[in-house]
Every structure is written in structure tokens, then in C-alpha cells.
Design a protein around this ligand. Structure first.
Ligand SMILES: [Fe+2]
Length: 286
């Protein structure tokens, strides 16, 4: 499918979400018409892929700036790897070590489905990830369409979700589900609506995920657990998910308000490095 105004070639990646955009070099300044066409495609397809890119840090930030104000990282200073080069807008997702220390974040292993920064009162809208070094296998990124995750729920469940909020909490140190039975003050956390209306598209999306959503507020623990387990059913529904196998030079941009993502495991002995930046968001409402 070609956009006749800009020449963009937009090809869906799956039945659930995602599209590849061909015919654009992201290292070059984007004209406004092309940026607008990409923005529209982003809101329609949720995840966009650009292959075979060659981007400097500045190129990547300049591209992201076409879609909003580039965000700074939320990781507390005490949790940053010592000695790593630090640019507040850029995060390296990497397991590579220099002088015994990781040069980036989220080094190894699988990661469960999550929305980036849902533990923040104003979650960043979009994430931009660029593949620089890749393992021999695995390390794929799975994306779930959270509009569709909401739509698949029964009318009864949808009615039950009205007005509900959930605790979103994240531990930068372990990247595992936080035990909330103790003092949670040390962890980044906030309360968010269980469903959100996307501020641009006006569509409703489910806004919970198994890594960061700890409980439904104002609900007994067992009921909260059962409801969350039902809502997390989207993670097993292949019809809602696109799995991206990275190639060097790939750039993915995704909408954090209506998708969540996960990572598959990969050999820890292989090097993997992706460069990430984000654009800022706003408080989300039901
Ligand atoms: Fe993430």
C-alpha cells in the first residue's frame, strides 16, 4: 500500500498490529508531510518498523523529536551502571560489559509483557529502539495490541472494569515482579486506570501487564489476583501479538499507551545492543 502524497510504502506485519514503512531514510531530516504520514500510520498500526537504517545517536533523537518532546530516563541515579557513558535521553539496552560493568540496561534474559513507564503518572507515549548488535538467536520483541486485548473481554468484564484503578510498580534492580507485602516506598510506583482512552485516537485500551501491575486497588487480594489473571490472558492470545525478529539496522517505534511488549530469552554469551529513546507523555484517563 503506497501513500501517494509522500511515497511511503506501508505494509502490515501481522493481523494484530505493526506495519513496516519502506522508502524512508531516517538519518535524513523528515519533511512535515512525511512525518505526518508516519504519525498517522503509527496511530493506526501501533508499532512501526523501518529496516536497514544507519543512525547516529543524534539522528535517532532528531527522528523521535518529530513526534514529541524527547524524554529523559526515569531510572534513579543510584541504579545507573557506574562508569557508563550517560546521555539522559538515550538508554542502551545491552548485555555488553566494559571493565566488568554493563554498559547499558536490561542486559540478559526474558522480560515479561509490560508498558514502558506505566509506573509514572505521565507515561512516555512512544519508544524508539534501534538494533546495533544482535545475538545469534532469540531476543525477539513481542508486541500485544491492547485495544484488541480490551475488545476481546466479555461485556460483563468490561462493565466490571469501569472506574477501577491498579497499582503499577517496578524494581529497576531486579526487573521482576515486586513483592508488595512490605514497604514499597523505595520502588517507582503509581496508580493508573485499568483501562485508558488513548488521548489521540480516542480508542479504549487495556492498561495492565504482568510485569508491573501488582494489584487492583480497593479490592480484596484474592479477587484482585483472579481479575488480573483474567486480564493477563492477552499474553497467551497469539491473535493479539506480533513477534519481531530483529535484524541489524532495524528501528521500531511503538505506542506505549495502547501496546505492551515482552522479550524472549537469548544466549547470555552473545552480545546484544539496542539504542533506545522515548517521547514524553501525559497523565492517562479512563
Ligand atoms: Fe520495555
Amino acid at each position: 500500500m503506497s501513500d501517494t502524497l509522500t511515497g511511503l510504502d506501508i505494509r502490515p506485519l501481522s493481523d494484530s498490529l505493526g506495519a513496516e514503512i519502506r522508502g524512508v531514510d531516517l538519518s535524513q531530516p523528515l519533511d512535515d508531510a512525511t512525518a505526518a504520514a508516519i504519525r498517522d500510520a503509527w496511530h493506526e498500526h501501533i508499532v512501526l518498523l523501518f529496516r536497514d537504517q544507519d543512525l547516529s545517536e543524534d539522528d535517532q533523537v532528531a527522528f523521535a523529536e518529530k513526534f514529541g518532546t524527547v524524554g529523559t530516563r526515569s531510572r534513579p541515579a543510584s541504579r545507573r551502571p557506574e562508569g557508563a557513558d550517560y546521555n539522559a535521553s538515550i538508554m542502551l539496552v545491552s548485555n555488553i560489559k566494559k571493565d566488568g560493568e554493563y554498559i547499558g540496561s536490561l542486559p540478559d534474559g526474558e522480560m515479561w509483557f509490560h508498558h514502558d513507564m506505566c509506573y509514572d503518572p505521565a507515561p512516555h507515549k512512544g519508544t524508539f529502539l534501534y538494533a546495533m548488535e544482535l545475538p545469534s538467536s532469540g531476543g525477539n520483541t513481542l508486541f500485544a495490541n491492547m485495544y484488541a486485548a480490551y475488545d476481546r473481554l466479555s461485556d460483563e468484564t468490561k462493565a466490571r472494569l469501569k472506574g477501577l484503578t491498579a497499582l503499577q510498580i517496578y524494581d529497576f534492580a531486579t526487573r521482576e515482579v515486586v513483592d508488595i507485602s512490605g514497604d514499597i516506598a523505595q520502588y517507582k510506583h503509581c496508580v493508573q486506570p485499568v483501562t485508558v482512552t488513548h488521548p489521540v485516537t480516542g480508542r479504549r485500551a487495556l492498561y495492565v501487564n504482568p510485569l508491573i501491575t501488582a494489584r487492583i486497588e480497593d479490592m480484596p487480594d484474592d479477587e484482585s489476583r483472579a481479575l488480573l489473571d483474567e486480564l493477563f490472558g492477552f499474553t497467551d492470545d497469539k491473535s493479539l501479538v506480533y513477534e519481531h525478529e530483529w535484524r541489524l539496522g532495524d528501528v521500531l517505534m511503538w505506542d506505549n499507551w495502547c501496546s505492551c511488549h515482552a522479550r524472549t530469552d537469548f544466549p547470555a554469551s552473545d552480545r546484544r545492543m539496542l539504542r533506545r529513546c522515548t517521547i514524553k507523555g501525559q497523565p492517562l484517563h479512563e
